[in-house]
Design a protein around this ligand. Structure first.
Ligand code: DX5
Ligand code: ZN
Length: 216
């Protein structure tokens, strides 16, 4: 699968409705929504009230990436705010199995996110519960950072694990994705690419979305 999930972290927060409308009209598949708590990551972005407003205008599934400690506390809140896919960090959960079940039971697709230093092999006994695994290709907290090259190897190793276990889980990559590295990531086995800066700093974001997906 070759999907793209543009990150609203790079949108113009003062013109969110306009930017969401642009994405509604584009070939993008999901809208990536980055929630940060200032503790798990150094930055603070926004929480459920803003996600709720994004949901009012969005015509694509909301792919909500929680960069918060102990995210299990907020599963019901993000369901109420309109999340369709809810991903939580491996490094931020003491009881990942319980949290993933809670997300699924609430009626959302669930996923685990790995920081750049966390090996994919740690997913051996949890990947079967995931609809998505999100591999960070930058240290989370900020848009516009440089892509970490070791990500290709992680995508390939995760793809092998998913195939060996005959799972349907999607592999998503987040951070520093651009028109140049996108084909290499899809080729390595990624299904969904998140792109913030590459899309929103483009003079033609809709064309950049098509270019990242390999459409012309
Ligand atoms: C980083 C966020 C990303 C970010 C990606 O902590 O999780 O989703 O918005 O932005 P770019 O594509 O600019 O690296
Ligand atoms: Zn993200």
């Amino acid at each position: 699968m070759r999907l793209i999930s543009p990150s609203l972290l790079s949108a113009d927060f003062g013109n969110m409705q306009r930017d969401i409308e642009m994405l509604n009209q584009s070939d993008c598949d999901w809208l990536h929504v980055d929630v940060m708590d200032g503790i798990f990551v150094p930055n603070i972005s926004f929480g459920q009230p803003i996600v709720k407003h994004i949901k009012r205008f969005a015509r694509k599934p909301l792919d909500v990436h929680l960069m918060i400690m102990d995210p299990g506390r907020y599963v019901a809140d993000f369901k109420a705010a309109g999340a369709d896919i809810l991903t939580v960090h491996y490094e931020a959960c003491n009881h990942l199995d319980r949290t993933l079940h809670a997300i699924s039971d609430a009626g959302m697709r669930c996923g685990v996110v790995l920081n750049p230093h966390t090996p994919v092999e740690l997913l051996e006994d949890i990947v079967q519960l995931c609809d998505v695994v999100l591999l960070m290709s930058v240290n989370p907290g900020f848009g516009g950072q440089k892509f970490i090259e070791n990500t290709y190897s992680k995508v390939r190793r995760l793809r092998q694990m998913v195939e060996r276990k005959h799972l349907e889980c999607l592999i998503e990559v987040d951070g520093g994705v651009n028109v140049q590295n996108a084909p290499l990531l899809y080729e390595a086995g990624a299904d969904v690419l998140v792109a913030g800066n590459a899309v929103f700093s483009s003079s033609d974001p809709q064309a950049t979305i098509r270019a990242i997906k390999g459409l012309q």
